[in-house]
Design a protein around this ligand. Sequence first.
Ligand SMILES: O=P([O-])(O)O[C@H]1O[C@H](COP(=O)(O)O)[C@@H](O)[C@H](O)[C@H]1O
Ligand SMILES: [Mg+2]
Length: 606
Amino acid sequence: MESNVQSALQAIEQASDNGALSGSAKENIRVWLTESRYSDYRQTVIDHINDNNWQTLDDVFWTIIPFGTGGRRGRMYPIGSNAINDRTIGESAQGLADYVVDYANGKTDLSCAIAYDTRHQSRHFTELCAGIMAAAGIKVYLLDDYRATPQLSFAVRHFQCDCGIMVTASHNPPSDNAVKVYWSNGAQILPPHDSEIISRVMNCEEIKCMPFDEAVSKGRIEIATEEIDREYLAVSAACGFPGPRDAKILYSPLHGVGAEAVLPLLKHDGFDEVEVYGPHEEKSGDFPNVPGHVSNPENLAVFEAPIQYAKASMCDVILATDPDCDRLGVAAPISLDASMDWDTLDGNQLGCVLTDFVLSKRSEAGDLTPEHYVIKTLVTTEMTRMIAENYGVRCVGNLLVGFKHIAAAMEQEGPDTFVFGTEESHGYLIGQYARDKDGAVACLLMSQLIAELKKDDRSLHDYLGDLQRKYGYHKEKTVSLFMEGSEGMVAMKRLMQAFRDNPPKRLAGLNVTGIRDYLHSTHTDIASGKSTSLDGPAGDLIFMDLEEEGNYVAARPSGTEPKIKLYNFTRLSPTESSDLKHAKQALQERIDALEKDMRAFAQLNS
Ligand SMILES: O=P([O-])(O)O[C@H]1O[C@H](COP(=O)(O)O)[C@@H](O)[C@H](O)[C@H]1O
Ligand SMILES: [Mg+2]
C-alpha cells in the first residue's frame, strides 16, 4: 500500500480515538482510501486528512446517503459517501441500470426517461446518468432543458420506459442535489424494487459511462423535450373542468422549472392574464430572491413580496410552485371587499379546497360512484376524508408519508376510479397521466376555482370557511426541528425513542389518551396501559392522541432533510365552528400551545 494511504489510515484512527471523527465516518473513509472503485477520489480524501479537515470529513462520511422519501438527496460535495457527487450519483444510476437489466431477464429494448431542474450541477449529473444508462444498453429519452418532476413521471409512462431519473433536490437548500428514481409505472421506487436497487447501488463496483455526445450521436440518447411538452400539455389540460376563465394570476416558479409546465397549460386553458412574478423568474440554483434562499411554498416568507405586488396590480391570486414544480403554494385575498388583506393557505387547506372542487365537479357531472376514492397520507388532515365521504366516495388514508405511497395506493385500488391524491406537504394529483404530484395541474385547478369564485364575488378564504363550518374548523401545523450531521442523527433517534418510551402525558392542557406507533404496529391505551396491534403500514411514525376527538400530534424523521417533523392536528366540531372567527382564535391558541409543549419535550429529550 502506498505510504500516503498508510499515513492517512493512521491519521483517521487517531482522529477517531480523539473524537474528531465518528466511528462510522472512519470506516467509510477507510473504504474510500483502500478500495479501487474509489481511486479517482483518493487524493482528495488524503488532502482533506492532511489539512485536518475533520468536521467536513465527518459530515460527508458519517453515513451512506440513503434513499429517502423523495430519492437520494443531500448536500453536494466532491467526496463522501454521505454527499451528492459523481460517485454517489454515478453508483445510483449504475445500480438502477444493473437492476433494470437483471429484471428484464433478456428483454432488450430497455429505456429510461431523464429530466433535470435548475440547480447547480443538475445538467452535469444528468449527462452522467444518461451516459451510464447508454453504456448499459438502456435507451435514454432526455428532456434536455429544465423540466418539471411530473413531466418526467409522465414521460416514463408515455415512452413505456423501464425506469426514470429526475435530477432535483426539490425545495432543499441551494447546497443540495439529488436523484428521484422512478419505476416503469411512473412512480418513485417502492418495494420490492427499491431494496433490490439499493443493494446494487451499495455494491456498485465499476461505473461505466459513455461520453454524452457519443451517446447522442449514436442515437442512444434521444432528445424528447418537444414531444413531452406537446403530449404533457394535452394530458394535463384534460384534467381541468369547463367554466369561467376570468382571473388575474400572479405566478412564481421560485427560480425553478415551473414556467415551462404552468404557463402553456394556463394559456391553453384560456387564462389570458397570467403574469410571472419578475424577481422569482430567473432560473437559478441559488434561489437568489426568495427569503433565506428557501424556495419552498411551505416557507410563507416567499409570499411576502409577491403579495405586495399582487395587491398593487389587483391580482386575484398568487400561485407558486417549488423548484421542480411538484408542489403548489397559494396566497389569495381574504375577502373580495375593499380591505384587500391577503393570506396564504397551508398544504392541508389547499388539499381540502381542491378535493372539494374536484369532487363537486365530478358529482355535478354525475361521474362518481361509491367505488371512486381520494387518497391522503396519515399526516394529511382528516378533513379530506370527511369531504370525500360527504360525496359518497372512499378515502384511502392509512399511508406513510411520501407521494410514492399515494401512487402505490392508486395502483392497488385501480387507477380508473382514482379521483384525487393530496398530501400535507403541498402535493396534489388528479388524473392518470402521472404517478407523482403535479404542481402545474394543481395550478390549473386552482385557477379554475378562483375564476368560479370571482364570478360569484367570493374569495378562496370564503370557500375554505364554508368547508370549515360544514366539517368543523380544522387547524394543523407542521413544525420542523433541524438536527444535522452524525450528532443530529443520534439526537433524532433519542427523541423518537423518548416519544415511545416516555411520551408526554399532557399536551396543550389535554390528556394524551393513546399512542399509535407505526414502527412497532402497536396501539397503546394510556388509561389501561394495554397495547393492541395497529393496522397499517410499518414506518418510523408515531401518533399521540389527545382526549378531544380529532386532536392529535405525530412525529417522524423527515426523509428529505436532516430534521424531525412534528405534526400538530386540532379540530372543533361543526357546532363549535359556526362562529368561524371564534373557532379560528381558539384553535390558534391550541396549536400554539401544542407547538410549545412539543418543542419543550423535544428540547428535553434530544
Ligand atoms: O421534496 P419533494 O417536493 O420532492 O417532496 C418529497 O418530500 C415530501 C416531504 O417528505 P419528508 O417529510 O420526508 O421531508 C413528501 O411528502 C413528498 O411526497 C416527497 O415527494
Ligand atoms: Mg418538489
